[in-house]
Ligand binder design. Structure first.
Ligand code: GAP
Length: 443
């Protein structure tokens, strides 16, 4: 029963996202392409503002973290050095009856097809997740390149250029956001496991003896980002400590969110040791670019790396699942229109529209348009003068607009408007001159 409700909730979130132009499958008119998703007019501002909040929190508000925007395609040696070409693979198996393909570690019962129940499954085969392409006009092995599978590798490669340019000394971090590509065997749960997705990563370079303190520091900082900046309730988040660690790592922990389909990883905080820097040194033979010189001991050493790595699309999905709500009784009382109100309780700072201007009549344009122009300077706004006011509230509730401002015929005389709060549905009459400051305080 619980599973049924959860599956239902997930399909409602997916339906809402398409209906309101938030997220929908890529190439929809061709039947879509598995694992690829487009963000529509109401999805773009959501994703961008989450990214901007992350960038401000991780880079702009700190002296010791700087930014980078590298290319998606790098020298293929980068991915040999990182181990991706040889080892970035999942074990897959095919059902010989229904022809479906699975990741072996995702099978509930080993050797049994979850779809048709058959035990006629192929032997597990390793499948590399790197997306391949060719650079230049010749399509042969010599010209193979890879779309980056994670955004962090160029950070390691550019470490020294960035360090010198910014005159940073250890400890300091380099952050980057951008697209990553993985040829996932089984994309699923809407955008949760996609083949093209956005990552937001920060690699923090420090001395080995300080690394575990920084690991703890960043673990707490990242938890705060979700609870304080994005307002996710603590009881919907948990830490998952990795027991099996890579040989070079000293600690790894995931921050997970309780999605309708179960707990899922949002972010990993990893102690990566000196693995990446030493591998790039070995493959590039550029020791001076991968090491740091210590004035005291007069020796060079590889910095140890603490990584914070999250998926932007997963964070958006978390906000959508966490914010999705349907209420009934309250609706009738407050808006006297339809029975069920679908509402997205998004934090105002990431809502696609923050303030909607709703003139009660098209004749009020002369009053409403200047107000829109004024509020647009500070907020993401929308203007809607079609349909009943109840329907307009519904449309705004569905995309999570925290404040609707109604302009009516009294506004013309007394220069006041009504502000309606998405969550409480309470309405407050207010002087137009006080509106920007009031909304600023709230948003
Ligand atoms: N540099 C480390 C790294 O990439 P990861 O655990 O493979 O670590 C980090 O990925 C984050 O990227 C995950 O916590 C998740 O939020 C996101 N992510 C990974 N694979 C994804 C996929 N197929 N679709 C969407 N997000 C993904």
């Amino acid at each position: 029963m619980a599973e049924q409700v959860s599956a239902d909730l997930m399909s409602r979130v997916v339906a809402l996202c398409k209906r309101r132009g938030i997220i929908f499958q890529s190439s929809d008119i061709y039947g879509g392409i598995n694992g690829f998703w487009d963000y529509g007019p109401n999805g773009v501002p959501l994703r961008r503002s989450v990214e901007q909040n992350w960038w401000r929190y991780m880079v702009e508000d700190r002296d010791n973290v700087v930014g980078l925007d590298s290319t998606i395609i790098c020298h293929p040696e980068v991915w040999r050095a990182s181990g991706h070409v040889d080892q970035f693979s999942d074990s897959m198996t095919d059902c010989l009856e229904c022809k479906k393909r699975y990741r072996v570690d995702q099978l509930e019962k080993p050797g049994v097809c979850p779809s048709c129940g058959s035990t006629r499954m192929t032997e597990p085969r390793e499948f590399n997740l790197m997306m391949k392409t060719y650079v230049g006009p010749v399509f042969d092995e010599e010209h193979v390149a890879y779309l980056r599978a994670e955004t962090c590798q160029p950070i390691f490669v550019d470490f020294n250029i960035v360090r010198i340019a910014t005159r940073q000394k250890l400890p300091f971090g380099i952050a980057q956001t951008g697209k990553a590509f993985r040829n996932e065997i089984n994309p699923r749960f809407f955008t949760f496991r996609s083949r093209e997705f956005m990552q937001m990563e920060m690699e923090f370079f420090c001395r080995d003896e300080e690394a575990m303190d920084w690991f703890e520091y960043w673990r707490k900082e990242r938890w705060n980002f979700y609870t304080q900046v994005l307002g996710i309730p603590e009881n919907k988040l948990r830490l998952h400590w990795h027991e099996k660690l890579a040989h070079y790592a000293k600690a790894a922990v995931d921050i997970e969110f309780e999605f309708p389909f179960g707990w899922g990883e949002i972010e990993g905080i990893h102690h990566r040791g000196t693995w990446d820097m030493s591998r790039h040194c070995e493959f590039s033979h550029q020791e001076q670019d991968c090491k740091v010189y210590d004035q005291d001991s007069k020796e060079s050493f590889f910095p140890t790396v603490i990584e914070t790595s999250c998926g932007l699309d997963r964070i958006c999905l978390m906000l959508l699942c966490n914010g999705y709500d349907e209420d009934t009784a309250e609706t009738k009382k407050a808006d006297k229109d339809e029975d069920t109100r679908v509402v997205l309780h998004l934090p105002p700072k990431v809502a696609p529209v923050q303030v909607a201007i709703l003139p009660l009549s098209k004749k009020l344009e002369e009053q409403a348009r200047p107000l829109l122009k004024d509020l647009r300077r500070y907020f993401r706004t929308d203007y809607d003068d079609s349909g009943s006011i109840g329907k307009r509230y519904r449309r705004q509730d569905e995309i999570g607009t925290p404040y609707c401002v109604t302009v009516d015929f009294d506004s013309v005389n007394d220069q006041t408007v009504t502000v309606r709060d998405r969550d409480s549905m309470s309405q407050e009459r207010m002087e137009i001159s006080k509106l920007p400051a009031y909304l600023m305080g709230k948003i």
